[in-house]
Design a protein around this ligand. Sequence first.
Ligand code: NAG
Ligand code: NAG
Ligand code: NAG
Ligand code: NAG
Ligand code: NAG
Ligand code: NAG
Length: 811
Amino acid sequence: MLCIIVWWLVMLWKFCWAGDASSAKHPQDNTRFEKYSFNREELKHYKEETKKLFYFAHDNYLQKGYPYDELRPISCVPKTRNFADPDDQITNDVLGNFSVTLVDSLTTLAVMGDKSRFASMVGLVEATFPNKFDIDSTVQVFETTIRIVGGLISAHLYATDASKAVYLGETYSGSLLDLARDMADRLLPSYLTMTGLPVPRINLRSKFDPITIELVHENNVAAMASPMFEFTMLSYLTNDSKYALVTRYALNKTWALRSELQLLPMSFNPQTGQCYSQISGIGASIDSFYEYALKGAILFDDEELYKIWQDAYSALNTNSRADWFYTNVQSTTGQLQTVWIDSLSAFFPGLQVLAGDVEDAMLKHMLTSKLWDTFGGIPERWDFRGSPALDAKDHLTEEELRSLVPLEWYPLRPEYVESTYFLYRATKDTFYLNIGVAILESLQTKFKHQCGFGGFQDVTTGEPQDRMETFILSETLKYLYLLFDVDNELHSARDNVIFSTEAHPMWLTPQVINNYKSKKYFNDTTYRKHLHACRARDGGSAFSDKKKTFMGGKLLGFAKSFFNLKQDQDQVAASLSQGLAGIKGQTALAHPRTFPHEQMCYPVESSNGKPQWLHSRILSHFDRLFEIDRRYNTTLIKPGHMQQEVPALLRRGFYDRWAQKSAKSRPAPTTESFEIVLDLPGECQLVRTPDGNVHRNTLGGRTKIRLEKIEPGLIDIYGRHVDPKIFTNLRRKDLFKPNCDKIDSLYSPKMLYRATMINGIYLPAGAALTLNQSTVFKTQSEENTFRNLFGQNRYHQLMLDCVPIINFLLQ
Ligand SMILES: *[C@@H]1O[C@H](CO)[C@@H](O)[C@H](O)[C@H]1NC(C)=O
Ligand SMILES: *[C@@H]1O[C@H](CO)[C@@H](O)[C@H](O)[C@H]1NC(C)=O
Ligand SMILES: *[C@@H]1O[C@H](CO)[C@@H](O)[C@H](O)[C@H]1NC(C)=O
Ligand SMILES: *[C@@H]1O[C@H](CO)[C@@H](O)[C@H](O)[C@H]1NC(C)=O
Ligand SMILES: *[C@@H]1O[C@H](CO)[C@@H](O)[C@H](O)[C@H]1NC(C)=O
Ligand SMILES: *[C@@H]1O[C@H](CO)[C@@H](O)[C@H](O)[C@H]1NC(C)=O
């Protein structure tokens, strides 16, 4: 032990003196580390810097913003509810004139372990709401739930949990829970509709009184399903199960509105269940539906919710998963619907980490990091088609640049740092710490204004935004702090800690769970009658067990679409109309990787007197680091204000230290790929073996297979030259169909197909897709239909248009 400590001291000493004069040290703090060594001292330094930023903004809010909802960071005046125009929804949905910044930021103080400030803010909250939330404000139910109800519940958990640094003990009266309950009681009437789905807005004092039809006729899936999470927590803490039951009924009902592909359209009339927008995806309007299905399943140990998550996630992967992001698709057909993705979807990799899909989370997060490196923030919407104008010239006019970002603002949303935090916790790869440092530096330089933080009004011009939304203090800075605070008490908590969609940590102790089981009650007659009536209208049918019928139970046949690397507008238009757009030659990590855990001491050994550093695995072994730059080179165009900026991963000190010198980039594929879709009645069940093979015993559900056309001399999606040997000694003769080559001779074709992806799951190089001959066909007619689409040769390979698919086997 001693020996190791001495070695560390020597190391530290060396690093402090080894750098040249320009290397980034922090003399003002007297810290002893070299930048990007990421030792504990350095992480502590970043943690403290993040804390300083939080206090800077929090102090300013208290002095110049409170008791109003927000403080404007540039003009230093409160941003209030628009009292003059009650119909100004954009402002008034969130700003209920209820000091929302104060309430939403309570748990950031708790996470930072600042007991004295936490206690005084709890006192301030108590003093601010002597009449609870008896305020004449019409607000959005969802936003108010996640910011106010969630913020109060989580702060209450901290205040009452003796294992936490900010535990308030006897001095705390339970006031936060009372306030949360008061707010929930004011919001809950929004669920009293014929369907049981909530209307989006309600007046805190007089319920529906001043509300016009325009304010309540449309609600989205996230807003209808998500309050279940905070409200179920509230039931656990109060023993009153009405909160859980009413909101869970609405979640069930929302899920029942899904299409036969198990995809949820985003927008409905909550009073009738009529669908307004058929688009499905993972971004705005739907994001926290997935989030809370999984998080609720974990926190409440709820298998039904887990089933919803699994079905929803697998439908997404089949229909909406592209290589670097999820696209928005039509919920009944799975067809591509928009050519943009939105910034809110950047949360999804964090959720994938929670689901155990770290591999794909890394890919999806990579795109967000490229957006950040290009625009300096994440545009609210980004168009992935690219600019055709770039074919003719080498730079874009301002207007052309603007067209790449259909919505141009970036209000310092937290989703990128949130995913970065989860990925760091899962991989311990310094790649993610480095991103955190880049975000921290942007906050310190670009986004810090006189009185707080403001993002970009327009990422293409760098024009700042004079607004500090509450999530900057409650989420963005909290996740950044937690990224650097590796020893935070949350990281070693005994109970399952789950972050709400507003980053409020939630947990249940065994004692609370047991109390609730034995003491829960549901005696509020209004809501009892309401649920009873809703269930009666459902006709006793368990609507959430909706069965897929697949258009009368017939095989739909298949759709087939080709796609190309060069995505000019015509081609995208064509693929949009065909329904399946995609891109040529992309694949996931060829081999699942395992990551070492708990590696905080990065330097591993010292041979010949020099420290040997572990490498960042991503920087050194992920051979697709620059694929996005190449693939989207006509849309990831740096605006003027970003010209001088170096991408985070290429910053000198970081790259030099953490990249292995032999790191290679995979060459761009020159093959073409296309996808086929097969729809059959029943559910889709895939079995993935550890070596990457995918096996199926049944054919039901939707099967989407990506095929690569391989020819000698081309480079395949795995970055390899296609091996000419695989073209020899193949059989073309179809066992079932006479129309292919009539002579069953061995032949050497010029082109073959290879399956590279099924339902969003990548097949690694060498892996196969196998169907169980004895079980896949349920009826003779099903087999006949299948045989009409695919041929089969003597090697059990299925054939498409008489071309063998070399790794798609029916055996
Ligand atoms: C809004 O809040 C402020 C500060 O608490 C209060 O003085 C004012 O009366 C409120 N306005 C309305 C319309 O409720
Ligand atoms: C819920 O029930 C438990 C067990 O009886 C009790 O200790 C707790 O105080 C109750 N909570 C509330 C808010 O009434
Ligand atoms: C929601 O659906 C699940 C699964 O079908 C069911 O067990 C549960 O009782 C439903 N909850 C409510 C409140 O209707
Ligand atoms: C509902 O039940 C709880 C717990 O048993 C009780 O404290 C409360 O007074 C009851 N409320 C009504 C309206 O009966
Ligand atoms: C994008 O990449 C392609 C292929 O490497 C290249 O031909 C084209 O010039 C690039 N376009 C831009 C705008 O950089
Ligand atoms: C194929 O199905 C049969 C019948 O259910 C089963 O015995 C066999 O194990 C399956 N084969 C594979 C490879 O799963």
